[in-house]
Design a protein around this ligand. Sequence first.
Ligand SMILES: [Mn+2]
Length: 332
Amino acid sequence: MRIIQDSLNEAISRAERALVATHVNPDGDAVGSAAALAHIALRRGADVRILLGEGLPTAFAWLSLPAPCVQSLRELGAWTPDLLLLADCGDISRTEPDLRIKLKARGLPDGDWQGITFVTIDHHLSNGGFGDLNWVEASRSSTGELVGLLAEHMGIPLTGDLAEAVYLALVSDTGNFSFANTSSDTLALAARLAAGGFDIATFTAKYENTWNIAKMRLWGRLMTEIRLHADGAVACSLIPKRYLDESGLTRADLDGFASWLRRLRGVRVGLLVREDSPSRCKISLRSVGDVNVNAIAALYGGGGHAAAAGAELALPPEAAAKKVLTDIAARL
Ligand SMILES: [Mn+2]
């Protein structure tokens, strides 16, 4: 761990222009890790830009980003990075489309971005390490946990906005320190944030108490419609696109719902199927105990973690649910 941290410290300290990116549809770990890395690179004197394809998601609008945020590489103009820091992204196909094109072209003799150092920091089980420098630890709760440790290794105090970014990443991926990925290391890092003056209650008010009535009602509707399978060992939730359209909500308003399926006593796997178009849907899988849902998501080109994974299927939601329920049943 120390060796890779030294290499990352060196790469970040050397950088003049650092671009920070994460996966598409970023969650709290993605946004928090990216913001934290931006803080770190800034502290080391780099000029920093953050790439978020759809901007900062409204759920995290309160988070202060330490550097300009762009929605596409085009917005960077003549500004070219010499360092790319990619956080919480397990696969090149999960990067922003224009970044994906750049990264793929990088291997070609006449591709630009030849000289840049490409760093990935991640905790996805499915990440095989596709950068020049990769710090991937699947046993970590979150990418934010790794970024927090990196800051400490580099002697950068975990206070202020940096502490907030790291804490957001931790609570987001651990379900407020309740999932199986919460380790003593995770809690110790959170304790050091608190010791450094980070105010947990102020954070929680900004992060949690932000729902509108439309979202509360939609979640209520989804809960009444949950279907049980395999004698109650599997809970499935189907979300037609019109539910979002009718309520004026976005996909981000569904974040966290899949984990609620695990609250049902006896449920070992939760499956959420979200319709994106009549022939496309996104599945989210959550498990309790020993069912590795990463392996199920991988059947469809997706991935994630043993207890939380996702994939996209070119199928209508009902057909997708039927197919994935069969895969789940085979693993119970
Ligand atoms: Mn994560």
